[in-house]
Design a protein around this ligand. Structure first.
Ligand SMILES: [Zn+2]
Length: 61
């Protein structure tokens, strides 16, 4: 099954929001501009949304 073109956080589709794609571990994912700050500043919140995100750490320490 090909990856869904929806934001990994809010599940907004490309018909509803602009989607930016990124890759992690051979998979590509999509995220909307509203949720990019999570990816940048709070990647640990992506646990459960991206396999392997358990390894993500908070950016500011
Ligand atoms: Zn979103």
């Amino acid at each position: 099954m090909s990856s869904n073109h929806t934001c990994i956080v809010c599940k907004g589709s490309k018909e509803e929001v602009a989607l930016i794609s990124f890759e992690y571990k051979e998979h590509s994912y999509h995220i909307c501009p509203q949720h990019i700050p999570i990816l940048i500043h709070s990647p640990e919140k992506l646990k459960g949304l991206i396999p392997g995100a358990e390894n993500f750490e908070a950016a500011d320490s």
